[in-house]
Design a protein. Structure first.
Length: 274
């Protein structure tokens, strides 16, 4: 038997090899196509379940900075509901609505893809309160350290705040700011509240006594005394401490003094007529 190969045998062998290679290439191409289709389907599914579907689900709103108000009350203010979707939640409109609330000092609204909204609120912190006569009704109004007036939340107590009377507010608008002449006094009041000594707890009312030609003085009504105290608008912890010392002296002697004047750097008294 001869081991030699003819030209025809070699040619047939090469043809068979080429056919096998082509068949292998076709199989590999088909395999790549199938893998590509599967990858596309997987990518579509990932996008669908992580982006599209969540953005169509009810939006998840979280609030930070709330003290007096609850998330449910915030929903009512925003006029939204828990069924609103992330895609149709208008963050600019929400920020504008909340910024118009007199009791909110600042607000930021951030949409976080795919389904959440973060709302950060800084409420105004009242440092004093006043009572205004609005259309024949007495309205409790709070004042923050920058002199902004805003109505107290329904049911909220203002008894823990220093009461200021005599403010020249003829037409009240919720969120209005006091004239600049009174803001320094309000700022000093806020600083005194931060002190460990509770000087303001000794005062039941601070009355603004407007001068005829501009400016104002203060009339303080101590809690445990029938003697009122006149003070200029240089309101400070030192002046309150001095007032407490003078009142202790007056109360100890049991006199009929009804007014102490601490203005002009001196002390003077007024007594009740005998």
């Amino acid at each position: 038997m001869s081991d030699s190969m003819t030209y025809s045998d070699v040619r047939n062998f090469m043809v068979d090899g080429e056919q096998k290679v082509r068949r292998a290439d076709r199989k590999f191409t088909i395999f790549k196509f199938i893998v590509g289709v599967l990858c596309v389907l997987l990518l579509v599914e990932v996008i669908l379940y992580t982006m599209v579907i969540p953005s169509k689900e009810p939006v998840k709103i979280s609030f930070t900075g709330l003290q007096m108000y609850s998330p449910e009350e915030m929903y009512r203010i925003l006029n939204t509901n828990t069924n609103q979707t992330w895609s149709n939640f208008d963050s600019a409109k929400a920020a504008a609505i909340l910024a118009d609330c007199p009791w909110i000092e600042s607000v930021s609204v951030e949409k976080k893809f795919p389904d959440s909204v973060s709302i950060s609120v800084k409420e105004r912190i009242p440092v004093a309160a006043t009572l205004l006569n609005i259309k024949g009704k007495t309205l409790p109004v709070q004042i923050d350290e920058s002199g902004v007036l805003f109505t107290a939340k329904a049911g909220a107590s203002i008894s823990h705040l220093p009461l200021i009377s005599g403010l020249p507010v003829e037409q009240f608008t919720d969120g209005m700011r006091l004239p600049s002449i009174y803001r320094n006094f309000i700022g000093q009041l806020a600083k005194i509240q931060q002190l460990p000594q509770k000087y303001l707890a000794t005062i039941s009312e601070i009355h603004i006594s407007t001068k005829e030609y501009g400016g104002f003085d203060l009339i303080l009504y101590p809690v445990h005394s029938h003697t009122r105290v006149l003070m200029d608008r240089t309101f400070s912890a030192d002046s309150l401490q001095y007032m407490v010392v003078v009142l202790d002296v007056v109360n100890s002697i049991g006199s009929n003094i009804y007014e102490i004047d601490l203005r002009y750097g001196s002390v003077s008294f007024r007594t009740r007529p005998q």
